[in-house]
Design a protein around this ligand. Structure first.
Ligand code: IPD
Length: 276
């Protein structure tokens, strides 16, 4: 089995360097532009950080491929091939970043043969570096991570996001999904404003589940392997196999909790990330 540890270590060092740029800009005024909706924002820092990460990796690994949030926003296609591919979100939680709400992350996943080999989520403001490598466990600042193992939905804290989709059908479906979950009941519903960090809460055991419809592959590719390597389950919101391009995810502490959430959640239409 190929060993991608050198790439993982390189990714971690780049994430640490990029986080200095994010943290400096975090305190400053930002020029904000809209992308797909009034809640889908981009700043000069998102673009700058993506360029820093891409050029560093490109010069070290010139044969590798990339899927980056801002490159896709600029018109590049999302194409996951069997070649080694880095999937990058330079700032996950851009709305938080703009408002100085202190949860923003750099998310880097690496796939080979369409399988994720490792994931890195660096929650910059609170200096929490999550990482996992396939078959080697998940870690937070070097310490092993384990999901809660909770199997009873009524004992769960569930994390979700309203996200950037703001048409009537998406909004009413998302809010009624939260309503149905609260009525099960669950202990609580939370949202941090970054899918990557939300999902890592499941890996720490601090939350028991996360679900979301409408995020993108770069938001959750890294945290999906972190949850799995921490002993959790990652599924599509209909309970089928997880597909990072489908824009639907449940991450849970157990198969029982994932399946209970899948019974409650209704989908709304969103085009796949790899649709042309
Ligand atoms: C967003 C965040 C947010 C989620 C959105 C994502 P971005 O990513 O992860 O939590 O609800 O769906 O698009 O735009 O800040 O990278």
């Amino acid at each position: 089995m190929a060993d991608w540890t050198d790439c993982l270590n390189f990714g971690i060092s780049i994430a640490k360097q990029a986080s200095k740029v994010v943290l400096t800009a975090f305190q400053q005024e930002k020029e904000v532009k809209l992308k797909s909706s009034p809640a889908d924002l981009v700043t000069e820092t998102d673009q700058r950080v993506e360029t820093i990460i891409l050029s560093a990796i490109r010069s070290q690994y010139p044969q590798h491929r990339f899927i980056g949030e801002e490159s896709v926003a600029a018109g590049e296609r999302v194409e996951l091939t069997d070649l080694p591919t880095w999937i990058i979100d330079p700032i996950d939680g851009t709305v938080n970043f703009v408002h100085r709400f202190p949860f923003v992350a750099i998310s880097i996943a690496f796939t080979v043969n369409k399988q994720t080999e490792f994931g890195i989520v660096y929650s910059c403001v609170d200096d929490k570096l999550f990482h996992a490598q396939r078959g080697r466990g998940a870690f937070l600042n070097g310490e092993p991570l384990h999901v809660s193992g909770q199997e009873d939905i009524s004992q769960c804290v569930v994390v979700t996001e309203i996200g950037a989709e703001r048409d009537d059908l998406a909004l009413s479906t998302m809010t009624s999904n939260i309503f149905r979950l609260l009525k099960l009941p669950v202990h609580g519903v939370r949202a941090l404003g970054t899918a990557a960090v939300d999902m890592c809460q499941v890996a720490t055991g601090g939350a028991d589940a996360y679900y979301h419809i409408g995020m993108h592959c770069w938001d959750i590719a890294a945290s999906a392997i972190i949850v799995r390597e921490a002993g959790g389950v990652v599924k599509d919101t209909d309970g089928s196999e997880f597909d990072m391009m489908s824009r639907r995810v449940i991450a849970a502490s157990s198969a029982a909790v994932a399946s209970r959430i899948a019974q409650v959640i209704r989908p709304f239409p969103c085009s796949r990330d790899d649709d042309d």
